[in-house]
Design a protein around this ligand. Structure first.
Ligand code: CTP
Ligand SMILES: C[C@](O)(CO)[C@H](O)COP(=O)(O)O
Length: 389
């Protein structure tokens, strides 16, 4: 059958707590090479049709692109898959791709291997890789035996199915299953093996974050992760000015810098962070800080500007974008910015969750010309690039 005759719905199971990965926040919401694990996975399935994300009750309002269908999951993976299947039925799926949101490095080739097997008539198809190492048994201290590795494969996702048979298999299944192939096999469904990929790792333990980040960065540098014909790149600029007033320090890009003047403003007057925030809103065509945090509203009086920047980054994520880089220039005769630029970049990286190597803070004087030259205040200009996730 032509693949276009099949209606695929992707179910991303994301209701787990990621206890083995540690780190406080469930692994799917943690940063990985500049965007959340979940955002990489969502980007990998941008072309396969509607996407259902199965969520834990604590995460039901987490920022996700508007196009995503959210459903509540269950206490174990197979119950979460069942919740996703119900939604996929409602969306009119003929076939489903069930994928761990914690596998952000899945490749187009792995996905295509599964979808083409289903288009060729398979009821079920799943990627795997042959076990290449020798296998032992051990009591933890000594090797107690060997096992034949022949015919053994390592399971991956996405696992693809005709929706009717896999839904029926789940309905008849009791207990816990490692994956949906196990559920399918318990109902005697034949499952076609497709080609997995060494890079399609599941983030399970803390060290997996570094490994996945290396894979994704290497891909991005080679341009392999993006299809230039579908990539959406947005550029935004921001400009802000604050006048000096009496005081003994200024806040610039989140860092307290000692100075013989302070900056006057409704909030903390962080002119650099305001310009960056406006650049992100600009790239999203979402106005500026004043639109989202009106100066007439007393609740923002004296507010710390990281609140505004965090909001802009979250809005970008909700609209399906990741901030790729930021460049900010502070224009003033004093204070000297150079000694603080590294700390400013680190603070901006912390707030935005992007790599510090993608953030630039620099400064210039205006050669004693104009209001900055007369030391009446500080101006900042910023540029931000956003890429579709
Ligand atoms: N009740 C559950 C349990 C797991 N999952 C999802 O199933 C996938 C694979 O499971 P695993 O790696 O075991 O994730 P966690 O359960 O989050 O991890 P841990 O066992 O370390 O807590 C993950 O995408 C996870 O979010 C789910 O949707 N619902
Ligand atoms: C579904 C799965 O990712 C297939 O490899 C895996 O079985 C689920 O995770 P777990 O680590 O085995 O709990």
């Amino acid at each position: 059958m032509e693949e276009s005759a099949l209606k695929f719905v992707t179910i991303l199971v994301a209701a787990g707590r990621g206890t083995r990965a540690g780190g406080g926040l469930p692994k799917q919401w943690r940063d990985l090479a500049g965007r959340r694990v979940a955002d990489w996975t969502l980007a990998a399935f941008a072309e396969t049709g509607p996407v259902v994300v199965v969520l834990h009750p604590d995460d039901i309002d987490i920022p996700l692109p508007d196009s995503v269908h959210r459903v509540l999951g269950g206490a174990i993976r197979s119950l979460s898959v069942k919740c996703g299947l119900t939604k996929a039925w409602e969306l009119g799926a003929t076939h489903v791709l069930i994928h761990d949101i914690a596998r952000p490095c899945v490749t187009p080739a792995v996905i295509a291997g599964v979808t083409s097997a289903l288009a060729d008539g398979a009821i079920a198809a799943a990627p795997g890789l042959p076990v290449s190492d020798a296998l032992w048994t051990s009591d933890g201290e000594t090797i107690t035996g060997t096992r034949d590795r022949g015919g053994l494969f390592r399971a991956q996702t996405p696992q693809g199915f005709e929706i009717g048979p896999i839904a029926a298999a789940h309905d008849g299944f009791e207990g816990e299953a490692a994956d949906d192939v196990e559920v399918a096999r318990s109902a005697a469904l034949p499952v076609t093996l497709t080609e997995g990929d060494e890079d399609n790792i599941k983030i399970t333990h803390p060290a997996d974050f570094d490994r996945a980040a290396r894979i994704l960065r290497a891909r991005a540098q080679s341009g392999a992760s993006k299809d230039p014909s579908t990539m959406d790149i947005r550029l935004g600029n921001g400009y802000d000015v604050h006048a000096f007033c009496d005081g003994d320090h200024v806040i610039l890009c989140g860092i307290k810098v000692p100075h013989d003047r302070a900056l006057l403003g409704h909030s903390d007057a962080d002119v650099g962070m305001h310009a960056i925030t406006d650049a992100i809103y600009g790239a999203l065509a979402e106005g500026d800080i004043g639109r989202h945090f009106p100066p007439s509203d007393p609740q923002w009086k004296g507010a710390e500007s990281h609140i505004f920047l965090d909001h802009a980054v979250q809005l970008a994520t909700r609209k399906g974008f990741a901030v790729s880089n930021i460049d900010c220039t502070l224009i003033c005769e004093a204070p000297k910015i150079g000694p603080h630029a590294g700390a400013m970049q680190a603070e901006l990286a912390r707030i935005t969750g992007i790599e510090v190597s993608r953030i630039s803070v620099k400064a210039t004087t205006s050669e004693r010309l104009g209001f900055t030259g007369r030391k009446e205040g500080i101006a900042a200009i910023a540029t931000a690039t956003l890429v579709s996730a």
